[in-house]
Design a protein around this ligand. Sequence first.
Ligand SMILES: [Fe+2]
Length: 215
Amino acid sequence: MFIDKHYPFEMIPLSYSLSGFSDFLDFQTLSIHYNQIYQAYVEKLNQLLKDNPSLQNLSLDEILFNEALMPKKIKDDLIEVGGGVYNHQIIFNSVTPNPHVSISPLLKKAIEKEYQSLNNFYQAFKQACLNHHECGFVFLVCDQNGDVKIRKTNGNLTTVKDNLYPLLGIDLFEHAYFLKYKHQKKAYVDNFLKYICFEFANQEYEACLKAIKKQ
Ligand SMILES: [Fe+2]
């Protein structure tokens, strides 16, 4: 969750170098994804919000959750572009070249409640990715009860509107992997699972639980 950020939105900094992954993503793939595709979404989002002061003090979560607040003229673009920014914030944070932080006991317990074991979760996540035949994303999300589940989204749609907050996610648009993996999506997903940043997922899960308690 990036609830404290609002217009003008900035790109989230990467916590790793563009050439930091040895066998998951190469410099060129990551560089195009981050410096061109993600950057273009951020710029377009700011452009859309430039003339809409009523949305400028809202976080991206708030904007995407409250579609009724979106001026009709820019609504479709805002869902598309805002979703592009939001989802990329999650996916770039979901991996690390140094996955030394383990899953927290709290998140592990929630995953085991739904998937019986961490290994089963990995298999279910991988299957969800392989069965996702559109451009889109697969996320592990937290619901309003603190339970977790896997959710697929199409295009740049997010899970925010359904009150489901992503804890980690993978980008399944071809721009995320095709240069390196070509049609080997399975190899891309297998490698993603080796580099999950549980430091981020643990922190997001804790933030979700805190937000639920406040309600
Ligand atoms: Fe992407």
